[in-house]
Design a protein around this ligand. Sequence first.
Ligand code: GLC
Length: 432
Amino acid sequence: MKDDARRILDLNWKDGFTIPTKNLYPFQWNWDSGFTSIGLSHYNLNSAIKELNSLFSGQWQNGMVPHILFHSENEKTYFPNFDFWESSVNKGAPNKPKSSGITQPAVHGFVIENLLNKYPDDQHLISFIKDIYPKIINSHRFFYKYRDPLNEGLTFIFHPWESGRDNSPLWDKALDQIKFSQNDIPSYERRDISIAPAEERPTSYQYDRYVYLLQLGKENKYEEIGIFEESPFLIQDTLMNMVLIRSNESMIKVGKRFGLDTGELEEWQQQSIPKFREKLWNEELRTFTPYDLRNNEQIEFKEIGGISTLFANIPSQKQAKDLNNYLISLHDRGFYICPSFDVDSPLFDSKRYWRGPIWPQMNWMIYHGLENYNFHSTAEIVKTDLLELIEMHGFYEYFESQKSVAFDLSKGYGGNDFSWTAACALDLSNII
Ligand code: GLC
C-alpha cells in the first residue's frame, strides 16, 4: 500500500507541484495540495515544501489563495479553464500563474503544523515555515476582512466549489433559487463527463448554476463588496469555517514556538469559535449546519461538514458524544464511515460526488477529530474503513459508502490514481 501511494504521488508530481489526478484535474488545486504535502513529507520533505511554495506563488494581493492554479496555459482538457475565469479582471491577481477567482478551505495552517511535528528540528523546514507564516496569516486575514462583512467571525462562500463539497445537497435550495435564462450565461462545454461517468458527476442543471455564479464573480472583478450585494448564493459553511478555525489554532501553536506575534489569530479565535457554536448548532439534528445568509436560515441537513467540526475542537463533550454515537450507528448499519451525506435523506446518493460517497481527506480530518475527543475505537474504524476501500478498489477520488454495494464493485468512483487518496493513505497507515 505504502509503495503504491508513493508511486501515485510521484506520478502526479509536475516538477514543483502535484496535480490531483491526470485528465480530470490537470492543474494545482488548493486544499488538495495541503493534504498532498502531508503525504509527500513522509519520504520527501523537500517536495512537500515545494508543493506549498508553489501554491502560495498564486496568492492574490488581497490574500486569497485561489482554488486552482493554471500553471500551464497549454492544457486544454479542463473546463472552466484560465481563459474562462479571467482572473486578470482583478488587479491584485498575479499574471502568472493564472488562477480561478474563488478559494477553498484554508488547510495550510494545520498542514505546516503537521510537517513541523514530523520534523521539529529540520532547519530547511524551519526557515520555510518562517517565510510562509505571514503569507498564511494574510490568507486568513482575507477571510475575515473581505468574507465577513457582518463582522461575526464567520466567513462566507459565494460558490459551492469554495466549500470543497461541490455538489452536496446542502446547496440545492440556494442553487434552485437562482433564476436566469440560458442567454444570461455564456455557452460552454463540460469536459468532466467525457472523462468520468456522468452518473458520478454533478448534473447539467447544477453546472449551469456553477457557471452563473462564476460569471457573477467575474463581473464584480472578484471583489467581495459587489459579490456580497449581488450573489444569490451566500453561505457561512461549516467545513470552511471549521478548517479556518483549526488552522488558526495550528498557527498559534507554530507562532508561539518561534516567538512570533499571534495576537491577531487569537482575536479571530475569540470571536469565531463562540459564534460558530451559537449560530451553526442545530439542536434537533444534533449537529452543526451551514447558514444561508440570503434566506436567513440554517441549512438543515446532517452531513459530513457538521461531523468534521470534531477536528477543530468545536463541539462540547456532549455534542461530540452525539456525533460519535451517530458514526457508530452508521457503522452498525453496514456503512463505511463517514458517508458525505445523511444516509436517511431522499437526497442521499452513495455514488454521486458529494451526495453520499466516502472521501479520503474527510476521513483523515475526522480520524484526527475523533482522536481529539478520545474516541479511539471510532477513529480506528474511520481509518481502517478508508484503508480497506483503497485496498479493495484502488486509489480513487471517492468511494461507495454502502458495504453491501461496495463488495460487488471492482473500483471506486471519479478519478483514479488520486493524490490526496495516496497522501491520506500514506499518512494514516503510518499511524500505529
Ligand atoms: C473536486 C472536489 C474538490 C477538489 C477537486 C480536486 O472539485 O469537490 O474538493 O478540490 O475536485 O480534487
